[in-house]
Structures are given as C-alpha cells and as structure tokens.
Design a protein around this ligand. Structure first.
Ligand code: NAD
Length: 371
C-alpha cells in the first residue's frame, strides 16, 4: 500500500477490505512521506519492519526484485500522487488498485490510461459504492428493462464536514483536499461529485453526454469548490440532476440515487444501504432487502451474510478487492481480460476525470458543455 499512514482515513479501510475474504494480505507499504511514520504504520499493521519503506520508489524497486514480492499496490494517498505512484508500479510490472479520483487532472488520466494499456496489467479503481449488493441489484434492475426506458435521474451526495474552514486548523484530510496542488482543480466535485457521477452511469448503464454545472466555494478563503449543482443529459435522452456538497451542515455521508423509468423507479441511500426501494406506476412500493432470496444473481454473488445481518462500507469495499484479487489470479493464469465489468477500472477513471474537467468548464463559462 502507498498512503495509509498514522491518522489516515482510507488506508486502514483498504487493509480491512482487502483482507476480508482471505485472498489478499498486506505485506509491504510506503505508508507516509516520512520514513519514521511509514515504519510506525507498518508496525501498527503488523508487517515485517524491513518492508515498511521510506518511499514508494524504494518499495517498487526492492519488491520487484524479491521472489515473494508484492503482486499489486493499493493507492490511498492524496490525489496528486495517484498518477506517479501508479506509473511507477506499472513500470515495475506491479498491478494497481487505486483510490479515486484516478488522478488529479484530466490530462493526467490520459497519461495513466496509456500506461495501463501499454503495461497490460490489471488496474482497478475503488469507487466503493459499486460494491454494495443493492447497488448491483439496482444495476441489474435497470438493465432488465423492467422499469421501462429511463427518463430521469436524481443523484445527491451531501456532506457537512467542510462547513467551516477546517483546512485552516491543520486537519489533515481537509488540508490537502482544499489545496489545488495536492487535490487537483475539482474540490467537492472531485472528492464526492465523482462518486455520484460514477454511481449514475454504473447503475443506469447510460452515459452522460453533456452537463451544465454551477460550482461555488461557500466558505470564505477556500480555494476550491465546496458546493456543486449540475444538470445532466444522458445518451438515451434522459435528464438528470446531480447535487454534491460538503457544506450541507448536519449531513454525514448522505448519498442517494433515484432513477425513474417509464413504469417504475428505484431509490437507494448509502446510509441505509441494505434496503432498495422499488416503486411502480401501477403497483405498491416494494422494499428489497439485502440477501433476499429473490434478488438478482449479481446482488447475491456479492452477499456474505443472511438477511438482517447488515453489511456496509467495508464489506462493499471488500467486494471490489475480491473481484480484483480474482482478476489478478486469472491474469497470472494467462487471461488477457481478467477483470469483471462490475469492477470500476481505468475507463471509469477517465470518465470521472472528464466529468470534473467538464463541470469546472461549464461553471466557468456558465454554459452547457459536451462530453
Ligand atoms: P488522508 O490524508 O487521511 O491519508 C493520506 C495518506 O497518504 C496519509 O497517511 C499521508 O501520510 C500519505 N501520503 C502522503 N504523501 C505520501 C507519499 N509520498 N508516500 C506515501 N504516503 C503518502 O487522506 P484520505 O482521506 O485517506 O484520502 C486518500 C485518498 O483516498 C484520496 O485520493 C481520496 O479521494 C480517497 N478516498 C476515497 C474514499 C472512497 O470512498 N473510495 C473515501 C475517502 C478517501
């Protein structure tokens, strides 16, 4: 792993998720830009002290020479490092499971895409919400056509934790996220707007073809957007509304997706992820529960526990890691195209970065922008 040093948010989640199904073990890392903190994190994760490296460059060089060297790297650093770490890994023949957004800028993701294609190595992207069983159910339901042609999408991702200038207090997660050099040019739109965008395309199977976005920095002095509203047009003629905010006081991780077809609709909320509401034009509302025997194979394949035993964020994250592990094993066995379509990859990374770039341009020019 690269990132995940003391006090980090998502690095420890990567470890828990990766190891949940017993197919992956964290054995090495460059957990921090400080050698000492990298060692401390390595000790807390219980890895061999010799494999807690001072830098990711040293890790790839040393590990690629070992017979029992790492098979892949999980990237859990601020966004500006996603490209250089992934590039260095691929160049050393090491597969990549990166956190989102894929890179800091759209130009960078095109460089990364070329490197992934050239290397032929597996590359996965941890758009966590794609790992929930009821998101897979929603996706299967949209694909089945039972809702009728999709006409409207309402997706929102509302948080309140950046309602004050937290970055000026030195709070680690806020500090890099509000620094364009470390984060990239899209603040809230990049941090959580990309999740909402990904969920929209992932569940509906549609593509956004143009958008009209308004991005603002609400908190005085903040250098990047913290509040975003966007209108979307999709490739089947449907329209959408995407709202993302990190200044929605009182909200925690309020992600919600609603998709309306001609005869039915779905609603899924991240904070209540084990229920999927399905509403019909001419029938009563259904609540589909996680692990229900009536669910699609797509949903049941990624279910670990009997109904009523809630699975959540870490389990969803672990679904993506399990798919990556199986894909990596298939790749090692000679499969040319080993990752399942359900696992977000470099294509999703390119779409996400394109979304950020187009949203910024649309907001700047106050106009519709095509993809
Ligand atoms: P964080 O600040 O908590 O952690 C970042 C870690 O990277 C720190 O430990 C830091 O020391 C380390 N780091 C920085 N430079 C490094 C270097 N040169 N070498 C090694 N380590 C280095 O940030 P976070 O909130 O955990 O976010 C990290 C990434 O994960 C971001 O890209 C973010 O967008 C993404 N993220 C994804 C999700 C999700 O749901 N998939 C959730 C949160 C964060």
């Amino acid at each position: 792993m690269v990132g995940g040093g003391p006090g980090a948010f998502i690095g420890p989640v990567h470890k828990m998720a990766a190891e949940l199904d017993g197919k992956i073990e964290l054995i090495a890392g460059a957990f921090s830009q400080s050698a000492e903190r990298s060692r401390a994190a390595g000790a807390s994760f219980g890895i061999d002290p010799a494999r807690a490296y001072a830098s990711y460059g040293e890790m790839f060089e040393t590990e690629s020479r070992r017979d029992d060297g790492i098979d892949f790297v999980g990237i859990a650093t601020p966004n500006n490092l996603h490209l250089p770490v992934a590039q260095a890994a691929l160049a050393a023949g090491i597969a990549v499971m990166s956190d989102k957004p894929a890179t800091a800028t759209y130009a960078e993701v095109l460089t990364l895409e070329a490197a992934v294609v050239k290397s032929g190595l597996p590359y996965g992207l941890t758009h966590t919400y794609a790992g929930y069983s009821l998101v897979r159910e929603a996706r299967a339901l949209c694909a089945s056509g039972k809702l009728g042609p999709i006409r409207k999408i309402a997706v929102e991702y509302l948080q309140g934790w950046l309602s004050s200038p937290l970055e000026s207090t030195g709070q680690k997660q806020a500090a890099w996220r509000s620094d364009p050099a470390l984060n990239g040019p899209g603040g809230c739109i990049g941090d959580i707007g990309t999740h909402a965008f990904h969920l929209t395309e992932y569940v509906t199977g549609l593509k956004v073809t143009s958008l009209n976005a308004a991005l603002r920095s609400v908190v005085p002095g903040r250098r990047l957007d913290d509040d975003c509203n966007a209108l979307l047009r999709l490739n089947n003629g449907a329209s959408g509304v995407l709202m993302a905010s990190q200044v929605a006081a009182g909200e925690r991780n309020g992600m919600r997706l609603r998709v309306y077809g001609e005869v039915g609709s779905i609603e899924w909320r991240q904070e209540d992820p084990n229920r999927l509401s399905v509403k019909w034009l001419d029938g009563p509302e259904e609540i589909r529960h996680a692990a229900g025997p009536y669910l699609s194979t797509d949903a049941l394949t990624v279910t670990r526990l009997p109904g009523g035993h809630p699975e959540g964020y870490i389990e969803a994250f672990a679904v993506l890691y399990r798919e990556f592990a199986d894909g990596l094993l298939a790749w090692k066995a000679g499969s040319a195209n080993p990752l399942p379509v359900t696992l977000p990859g470099i294509e999703a990374g390119v779409r996400g970065m394109q979304f950020i770039e187009r949203a910024i341009e649309s907001s700047r020019t106050e106009s519709w922008v095509d993809f």
